[in-house]
Every structure is written in C-alpha cells, then in structure tokens.
Design a protein around this ligand. Sequence first.
Ligand code: PPS
Length: 568
Amino acid sequence: MKISSHAPIPELFVPEAEAERLKNAAGDMPSWDLTARQACDLELLMNGGFFPLQGFLTEADYNGVVENMRLADGTLWPMPVTLDVSEKFAGSVTHGSQIALRDAEGVILAVMTVSDKWTPDKAKEAIKVFGADDQAHPAVNYLHNIAGPVYLGGKIEGLQAPVHYDFKARRDTPNELRAYFKKLGWEKVVAFQTRNPLHRAHQELTFRAAREAQANLLIHPTVGMTKPGDVDHFTRVRCYEAVIDKYPASTTTMSLLGLAMRMGGPREAVWHGLIRKNHGVTHFIVGRDHAGPGKNSQGQDFYGPYDAQALFKSLEDEIGVKMVDFKHMVYVQEKAQYYPANEVPEGCTVLDISGTELRRRLREGLDIPEWFSFPEVVAQLRKTSPARDKQGFTVFFTGLSGSGKSTIANALMVKLMEMGGRPTTLLDGDVVRKHLSSELGFSKEHRDINIRRIGYVASEITKNGGIAICAPIAPYTATRRAVREMVEAYGAFIEVHVATSVEDCEKRDRKGLYKLAREGKIKEFTGISDPYEVPVNAELVLQTTGIEVDHCAHQVILKLESMGLIKG
Ligand code: PPS
C-alpha cells in the first residue's frame, strides 16, 4: 500500500476501550519483559515507523528478509525485526497464545498474538544480513551473545507507547512529523540520520544537501541504541540543540528517532530510508560508510565505503525516497570556508580533524578550533568528557585460580590509593562471591551471572568517576566482552590477562584447590575440568613466574599512564 507523504500512516494502537479490555485480560497472559532493543522496535512498530510491518516478523517474513530483503509478499524490508526470547518463555506459549509485552518497569505496552515460534539459524542470519558471522560486528555479537535463542512472531495490538522522560518535545511519531510538514507546507524534506555530535562540516553538508534538493531539512538523530562506545544521547541532543540555531530560520527542524540501530551498512541504509519515508520525508542523505560497524576481526572494514549508496540507489524507486549523496566536506584555510573535498580550489590548504583526533583533543583537554566545531558543541562535549586523568575506569584482571590476580590487584589498589585523586574499589573474585554472589556455583550460567554482576558494579563505579579493580577468573570471552561494553559506555576498560600457566598455578596451589580438583572432589574446576578461554585482545598480558608482585603491579601503572588515565 502506497501512502502519500502527508496522509497519516497506519499505527498499530487499538481504540481506548479495547486497550482497557486487553490490559485487564493481560493478567492471565504469559508476560514478556522487553529488552531495551525490543522496546525500541516495538515503539516504531506501533507508531508506524516500521510500516508496513504489523508486528514482530513471522517465520516466513523473517526467511524472506534474511534471504533477499523481502517480506513473504515481496515487499522490500531489509532488516529482521524479531522478538527473541528464552527457551523457557518460548515453552510457555503456543500458536495463538496472546502474550503481554511489558517495559522494564512492568508496564504493559502491547499484546502480541503468537502466530510463529522457531529457532533461527543465527550464523546464517549473521552472514546474510550483516555480511559475516564475525562477532566484531556489534549486531552479530548481539545476535549470538545477547539475543534469546527462540523467535516469536505475530501481530501486535498496541496499548500505549513507551514513556520517555527526556527531551519529550523533541520526539515525534511519524504522524506528528507528517502533520508538522503539512502544516508548514514543506513539500520536500531531506532527512539527515546521525549517531554522532554535529560539527561544522555536518552543518555545511546538510545545508548544501537541502539546497541541492531544494528541500527543507530534518535533522533526525538516532537516540534509541547506537554503536557501543558512542557519545551518549543526552550529550548529543544538547549538541544538536546548539547547532539547530545556526541554520537559516524556518528551513530546518530537528526530531529524535528512537531507533535501535544494527550498524548494518547497506541494508541499514535502505532500512533508514524506509523508516524516513514513513516519517513523511522525501529525500535522505546517505554518506560514506553509512551505519558502518567499524573493523572486522581481521582489521578490515565490513563493507565497502560506497556499498550503502550503491544499494540505496538501486532500490531508490521502491524505497520511495530520493538519495542525496553525502559530500565529504573539508575546511579550506585560505577561503575560510567549507568545500566538498573534490571542489577544493587549486593550491589551497585543506584542514580536517578526524574523529580519533577529536577524541584525543577532548581527552587531553587540548584546543578544538572554531572552524571545526561550534564553541557551544565543544562546551557540551567537554562537560561529559573530562580529561582522561579525571575520568573513571576499570582494570579487569582475568586468569586462572591461583594465577596471582588478587595479589597483583591488591598491590595495584594500594599504589593507586597512594597517588590519590579518585576513589578506588577492589572487586576481588572471592570477596564478590561472599558479598554479591553467595548463592552462585561454578556452572557456566552461574559464572556468567557472577561476572555480569561485577561488570555492572564496575560500570557504575566508572560512570561516577571512580576506579574499579576486578579480579575474577572470568573464563569466557563473550562475558568479558559484555562487561567491556558495559564499562566502555562510561570510561576506559583495561583487560589484564594474568597469564600464569595451569602447571605453575597447580605447583603453587596456595589454597589446595588444584589437589582437590585432581581428586575430583571439586567439580568444574577452571583449567582442570572446566574451560578457560585465553583473552586475545587484552590491553596487557602479565607473566608472573619468577617475577615480583610489585613489578607486575607497576606494569599496570605504566599502562594506565600511557593511556593518559593517571598522571605520573
Ligand atoms: S568465575 O569463574 O570468574 O565466576 O570465578 P570467581 O568468581 O573468580 O571465583 C573463583 C574463586 O573460587 C574458588 N573456586 C573455584 N574456582 C574455579 N573453579 C571452581 N570450580 C572453583 N570452586 C571454587 C577459587 O578459590 C577461585 O579464587 P581465585 O582467587 O581465582 O583463586
């Protein structure tokens, strides 16, 4: 069904009386607490942002989307929007069951009638949708390590939209934006998608794109979920608000999109186009490496820099939104203005600051010139990125039992406390198991819960400017990575592998546990009868055999200094 850009888009909300009835009936339905990503997806399903989807994908639609970017009826839809659940929950529903979908506080947002339940081939989904089954891709990591093993599909009846307490006035549903464009008589609107703060080059390029398309401009940043490690959306929105005043009055507006990005490159660009179409937009800016996930585990880009533009262009008519390709804008010193990189006048000096360089300058409190970014934007970024030696961070020791983690961690803590400046907490394996995880054993499931708890506490300490030193065994790569992501949302994460061999640990056997493990008196003992996955990307590897504890701790101190986290 084609919808003109000004007519309302169908939503999935039911009338009030029906919503009331379903709310009352929901007490008897199996209840699913939505993950943060599912809550974002549900919001866009209900408000028409994901039109023509009527709910989370059915198996036939999912197969079509994975295979060839199309729903079972042939409609273009490049991204799986799936309700992943645990096996236990899946076991409680059958075909035709109604389930209550609730937010994190338990408020019911929608009822789904389950029409499909299946176990997806996740490796296949990763390869087809994201181009590789490589967990360096954030969405592939999500798929394998965060998403549940079973998918449920079915139609949604929307009861209420998720509540947001932040930037309420800046959030618009597709229909609110459509009505706004209609009211202002904006026939043509070009949208700019972003997950980064806007600097002057972006302002120039978006302004140019609008002029080229003779259209008004919608700055449409994603504030749902973006790439782990991005600038948080609170800071970004304050930056956008500072920039929006720099555009000629009444040409431009800004609205926040609660989308959970997948960083899916070309497929994601097409998805973004369809979502913007639903929001009443006629043109869409697609840049170099649009929604790029960064490097793969071989250190290469997942997608070619212009793959997204090529795919979008080939499907432009079907998407129903015209692509405006992004010009890389650079500052020309002699002219004191921005030019597209390919139109720089001969012999002129080009100035540019990369994202990495910007982060370095913020970290080290260095100058950020006005030609690069507006002072108001820089001020906002500085507020949330104090110089590195003032930020919180986490040192995460991992290694076998008896490898020396706790001893080195203790020595490190004392050295850091001697320096002073930031509160320091030691989350030692044994201590955590006494105070935080006393009910847990050593199965994979319990170890993962234990490590995630440590990660959560460490991330809170890091967020609040402290130093967390953790010293659990943490034998599983994926769990260590999950903790890294939790912490890196707020500060640096330094993984230190205490690489004492199992032979040496056993020789030392300070607690006598190896002996008991060999005798089979302790089951699932790491290194003897349970696995330890050796870290491959630790910031530091410590050998301990024949080396003083003091020296080991000092190596960590040197690492922290070299990262700018402490001043020597
Ligand atoms: S984990 O895997 O990260 O949750 O382990 P952790 O919380 O660090 O706990 C490890 C300490 O518990 C003792 N212990 C065992 N370790 C490994 N395997 C088994 N089955 C086991 N049972 C008890 C051991 O003393 C560990 O302490 P450290 O300080 O590492 O020697």
